[in-house]
Design a protein around this ligand. Structure first.
Ligand SMILES: [Zn+2]
Length: 312
């Protein structure tokens, strides 16, 4: 987990610190251990400034942004964990917790490229593929807070790969980082990519997402085909969203978007090619995230907004 003190302009007061999440013996993230790790940092932050307003938490999962309850957080193995309540009782400060994609979008709206816009989607392409929506000038969570799960739209339920959500052939299972690594490993095992094989052997581990991008940059045809197909499916998925919602901007974040310098541009071309209207083709903007750690910056933005100090 990353932690930092952030000022009113969205700037880090000191460099971000990275702490390892402790897990208990059954593989569940240890809430007491996390609080103990955070405690010295929070106490220091409280003491450092008379106008310290509270703490925001971006968590990758389904979080009730009213109560801070972690309804379902797969990578921490939390189910109905009252995170916000526990943190507020422990630190005696206001706590704001929400899903990381919502926080990242807020960062873009307040301090980033989406300032002044009314119809924006944030999408992360990383270990997963999904995002959050800002429609008609309002954050949009949907009836259960699950809106923005674009990655679990189905591309091919018959031939597709099983997805972590329980369905088969979701877009996420084709375009997220683990999918690229899986395809890379498959072409190595089929003897179709000497370059990827070499990269994998040199590192002494199976093919990673980064290796697929490296091989692509080295003009490896199999890796080029993997990325070409990934970008095509992203184009289908993102253009459908734009046709449905008539968005002004899509901000793309996550590790996969940094795989190659022109990744965003290539996605942009594909999306534009699939769009229905000339207006959308002309006006839609697809941008790279403005911050190194958008979810963290957005967590801070949320604290300022909730306290009425700043407004979207
Ligand atoms: Zn899925």
């Amino acid at each position: 987990m990353d932690i930092a003190l952030v000022d009113l302009k969205g700037q880090l007061v000191q460099p971000c610190e990275r702490l390892l999440v402790p897990f208990d013996s059954s593989g569940v993230a240890d809430i007491d251990g996390i609080m103990n790790l955070l405690s010295p940092f929070v106490e220091k932050a409280k003491a450092s400034s008379s106008c310290f307003l509270g703490a925001g938490f971006s968590i990758c999962g389904n979080i009730d942004d009213q109560t801070g309850e972690a309804v379902l957080v797969a990578n921490l193995h939390w189910h109905n964990m009252p995170f916000g309540k526990i943190a507020a009782e422990r630190f005696k400060i206001p706590i704001y917790a929400a899903t990381d994609v919502r926080m990242a979008l807020i960062a873009e709206l307040l301090w980033g490229k989406a300032r002044g816009m009314k119809h924006v989607a944030w999408m992360t392409i990383g270990t997963g593929y999904g995002g959050y929506l800002y429609l008609d000038g309002k954050l949009y969570g949907g009836s259960h807070g699950f809106a923005g799960n674009l990655g679990h739209g189905i591309y091919d339920e018959r031939g597709g790969y099983p997805c972590g959500c329980g369905q088969r052939g979701c877009f996420e299972s084709y375009v997220a980082g683990p999918a690229l690594a899986r395809y890379g490993q498959q072409v190595v095992e089929a003897g179709k990519s000497p370059i990827l094989k070499q990269l994998s052997e040199a590192a002494g581990k199976p093919v990673t997402t980064r290796m697929v991008f490296e091989a692509e940059a080295l003009q490896d045809p199999a890796a080029q085909e993997i990325i070409r197909e990934q970008i095509r499916k992203l184009g289908i998925s993102l253009s459908s969203m734009v046709n449905l919602l008539d968005l002004e901007m899509i901000v793309l974040g996550g590790g996969v978007t940094k795989g190659s310098p022109d990744f965003i541009q290539r996605v942009d071309e594909r999306v534009r090619g699939f769009l229905m209207t000339v207006e959308a083709r002309r006006d839609l903007r697809i941008e790279r995230e403005s911050f190194d750690n958008s979810a963290l910056i957005g967590a801070a933005a949320t604290v300022f907004i909730k306290n009425g100090v700043l407004n979207l």
